[in-house]
Design a protein around this ligand. Structure first.
Ligand SMILES: Cc1cc2nc3c(=O)[nH]c(=O)nc-3n(C[C@H](O)[C@H](O)[C@H](O)COP(=O)(O)OP(=O)(O)OC[C@H]3O[C@@H](n4cnc5c(N)ncnc54)[C@H](O)[C@@H]3O)c2cc1C
Length: 395
């Protein structure tokens, strides 16, 4: 199949197997039926449509039935296209899904002991155990590696001991719907960053919704406070022993977000294309004017270049080639392409480009959050710059 979607100009979807494409079409049907119709109202109210969670979870897309029945592995390429397909519809919905399938699952799978992974991964894949990723703090965003202030102190005991955690986290996506937060804290004994699975109802943990956002209004983000929160020794992810281990997680997560940026750009382009095809001025469709066509050409080229980059990156990762700078490059580039594409999409819709009814306004506003999360443009450029020169410029 080469015409998977109007944004896939180079037919990258041909790289998927029949089973992978079938699973994605199942996702598309649920998005069309349950998700698209509720987006504008929830965006305006700044609320998450809880009713979409069940249909999405029931698709079981972290272990798609078609792919497993065909005897195939669930590839990174499938996960990437899954994020692309979700993002083409809505940036908040994909960010919500990816909090579980990308951020939390990656933290557990890379950070957990073999026993922790064996126990938790099936529960995470089925959404029976919902978690999110709590790294950023009110006073530390870009400089979190050195700045992380949340503290964890081990208290020995006959029951194996427990950890006491104090600190604050900011921007934590999906926290209100989660069972646990993967909280990163500095061990007061050795100053190393470690990770703890903290139940959201733990005594001493409070969370409040971040209000008045102008981007990703459907996705809910929380400020978290942790005051003498106690978790058992078993709640620590055994293989996260320093920030280098956190960076290994971020490397994977940035690739997931690069797919999200590519998909959001595709959604903006497709909504704009529909609009200029239908809207008439001077007695002709907007799409017939040369200056509009040039903008459509730029948008589609941006999406195609973004897809080319994420497909290549993920193919390399599927072969076991992971580099911090490669995923930083992809996040930086695709987010830049998204920002430009969403602005052009909004532009060709004129006044209706700022009205939620035509979808473009939502993509345009949401592009700003994607531009900043999972490493800002500057921080990803500096990670790449460090790899190019061998000189770290951000310390
Ligand atoms: C919608 C949304 C969802 C998020 N979800 C999560 C989540 O689920 N979990 C989580 O842990 N975090 C999450 N984050 C946090 C996100 O990762 C941070 O916002 C991001 O790392 C940037 O940190 P900051 O906002 O504090 O900006 P700052 O670090 O304060 O940066 C402000 C500006 O200064 C620039 N800057 C900083 N340092 C330098 C430097 N050395 N040189 C040049 N420029 C520099 C930055 O690039 C940026 O442009 C989310 C953020 C948003 C907006």
């Amino acid at each position: 199949m080469t015409d998977f979607c109007p944004s896939d100009q180079y037919s990258f979807a041909r790289l998927l197997t029949d089973a992978e494409r079938a699973a994605l079409l199942r996702l598309r049907a649920v998005l069309d039926e349950h998700v698209r119709p509720v987006l504008s109202d929830h965006w305006e109210r700044g609320e998450f449509p809880e009713a979409i969670i069940d249909p999405l979870v029931q698709l079981d897309l972290m272990r798609p039935a078609e792919v497993l029945a065909a005897g195939e592995k669930v590839r990174g390429l499938f996960d990437g296209f899954r994020n692309f397909e979700l993002a083409r519809v809505d940036a908040s919905v994909v960010t919500f899904y990816n909090a579980q399938s990308g951020l939390f699952r990656t933290a557990v799978n890379l950070g957990g002991s073999p026993e922790q992974v064996a126990e938790l991964d099936p529960l995470i894949a089925s959404y029976a155990y919902k978690g999110v990723f709590a790294l950023t703090e009110p006073e530390h965003g870009s400089d979190i590696a050195g700045g992380l202030d949340t503290r964890a102190t081990f208290v020995p005991g006959t029951d194996g001991g427990h950890w006491v955690i104090n600190g604050a986290k900011r921007w934590i996506g999906g926290a209100a719907q989660a069972d646990v937060l993967a909280v990163f804290a500095r061990d007061t004994a050795d100053s190393k960053v470690k990770c703890f699975l903290v139940p959201t109802d733990a005594p001493g943990l409070t969370m409040s919704k971040i209000e008045r956002k102008t981007s990703l209004r459907i996705m809910q983000n929380a400020d978290i406070e942790l005051k003498d929160v106690s978790v058992p020794a078993s709640a620590r992810l055994a293989n996260i022993n320093s920030f280098a281990d956190v960076a290994a997680c971020l490397r994977n997560m940035r690739s997931d977000v690069a797919w999200i940026a590519a998909g959001t750009a595709a959604g903006a382009y497709e909504a704009a294309l529909k609009y200029v095809t239908e809207r008439q001025q001077f007695g002709k469709p907007l799409a017939s004017f040369q200056l509009i066509q040039e903008k459509l050409a730029t948008m589609l080229t941006n999406v195609t270049a973004s897809l080319a980059m994420v497909v290549s990156l993920t193919q390399a990762q599927d072969e076991g080639i992971y580099k911090d700078e490669n995923s930083a490059m992809a996040k930086m580039f695709t987010a830049r392409m998204l920002r430009q594409t969403a602005a052009l999409a909004r532009e060709v819709c004129g006044g209706n480009g700022i009205v939620l009814d035509y979808d473009v306004a939502r993509f345009h506003a949401d592009a700003e959050a994607i531009y900043s999360y999972e490493g800002t443009d500057e921080i990803n450029a500096l990670i790449l710059g460090r790899a190019i020169t061998g000189i770290g410029a951000f310390r």
